[in-house]
Ligand binder design. Structure first.
Ligand SMILES: [Fe+2]
Length: 394
């Protein structure tokens, strides 16, 4: 694979602090990792379903074994509403935890970061999603994913839903200090959850490479993540107890998360935000629907990168134009989403053509930050064409 000088010809900084403890049975190292911190009050943050699993109880036992007082906040559903911030803030401002451990999928880990920040920052909780500065760093955050793909275990980002609009908070105070990624914990995830979360890692890797802020470090992480998802996600979906496959997808999640937390994400995530909540879809499957269409749209603007992507996912690009390579890459993504039983068109979601213009408006009004990261800046007309393609299929 040849690497274009374009990506080396820009200055960049790279910062990715979480200490990552990775591997099968790495959860056994939790007490040792916790004992590196000084604390008497620990808080576990999770969701109502995860908090009843044996994996959660195992983690709770291991945290208790440190001798700390353990409290629990288990109200975090997937795609959490902004209203959950108030009970969380009230709880952590009284408790004043000295360490916060998030266990679950992306939302539980996101809320563990918010628990830390809200315990020491006193303003109205939702205000931090509307520009209020986070002035203080809270207690250390430990993340333990039970589902691989979101990358939340390593990113300084939290997402909430406010009146159907997804709002994100990205701040250095949200960086986890440690993440323990034990692929065996993800063996309990259902095929549908495995597919939706795992494909999110593929989308993070693709969008990090396509981002105007990509750099050699993020590209290296993303290219490896792409290869891992292509090798292992369909296996993990077909056989949840395939530990080798679970390990591959878990590694892809971490690597893609480390990449996109530095580069940002581009158009597919922005587009997905315009229908995910109105269709109550899991995050990953909403993004994977948009991904191949945007890859094909972007390909002419990223001739070097689209070849790197093709090479990483096993697409033969020899003799093809960038546009043709884009279609081949898109076709490979469609093959994967078909195997994973993920939706491929907006029509599959029951969205009517008459709704598309309002989605373009929503994208431009509420999610423009994703457009700014995109290598090809679409006009309003081009966006509508893109949505029409997504409605009918390529
Ligand atoms: Fe995502």
């Amino acid at each position: 694979m040849s690497i274009s000088f374009d990506i080396l010809n820009r200055a960049f900084t790279y910062y990715c602090p979480p200490r990552t403890v990775f591997g099968i049975n790495s959860i056994s190292r939790l007490p040792d990792e916790l004992n590196k911190f000084k604390f008497e009050r620990a808080l576990l943050v999770s969701g109502p379903k995860v908090s009843k699993t044996k994996e959660y109880l195992l983690v709770r036992d291991r945290v208790s074994s440190t001798g700390a007082n353990v409290s629990e906040f288990t109200m975090v559903e997937s795609e959490p509403e902004i209203s959950v911030l108030n009970p969380l803030a009230g709880f952590v401002r009284r408790l004043q935890p000295e360490i916060v451990i998030g266990i679950g999928g992306g939302s539980s880990m996101d809320f563990s970061k918010l628990a830390s920040v809200l315990s020491v920052n006193e303003k109205e909780p939702a205000s931090y999603f509307r520009g209020e500065p986070v002035s203080k760093k809270g207690p250390p955050i430990v993340t333990i994913p039970t589902l691989a793909g979101t990358g939340s275990e390593v990113t300084p980002i939290s997402v909430v839903v406010d009146n159907g609009v997804k709002l994100a908070l990205a701040n250095h105070a949200l960086y986890p200090s440690v993440t323990i990624v034990d692929p065996s914990i993800s063996c309990g995830a259902s095929p549908a959850a495995t597919a939706s979360a795992g494909i999110d890692a593929l989308c993070h890797a693709l969008e990090s490479i396509m981002s105007v802020d990509s750099n050699p470090v993020s590209d290296s992480l993303s290219l490896t993540a792409l290869g891992l998802v292509c090798s292992y996600l369909e296996r993990a979906y077909c056989n949840g107890s395939d530990l080798e496959a679970r390990t591959g997808v878990s590694a892809a999640s971490v690597l893609a998360g480390m990449a996109f937390q530095a580069t940002g994400l581009c158009l597919p995530h922005g587009i997905a935000y315009t229908y995910a909540t109105r269709c109550s879809m899991p995050h990953g499957s909403s993004v994977s629907l948009a991904e191949p269409y945007v890859v094909a749209f972007n390909a002419p603007a990223i001739p070097g990168k689209i070849r790197m992507i093709a090479s990483a996912i096993g697409v033969d690009a020899s003799g093809l134009s960038p546009t043709e390579v884009g279609f081949e890459v898109a076709s490979k993504i469609f093959d994967m989403t078909e195997t994973l039983a993920l939706p491929q068109t907006l029509e599959d979601l029951g969205i009517d053509e008459s709704e598309l213009e309002s989605m373009v408006e929503d994208l431009l009004r509420n999610h423009y930050r994703f457009v700014t990261k995109n290598p090809r800046k679409p006009s309003r007309e081009e966006l509508l064409d893109l949505y029409m393609d997504m409605h009918e299929g390529l």
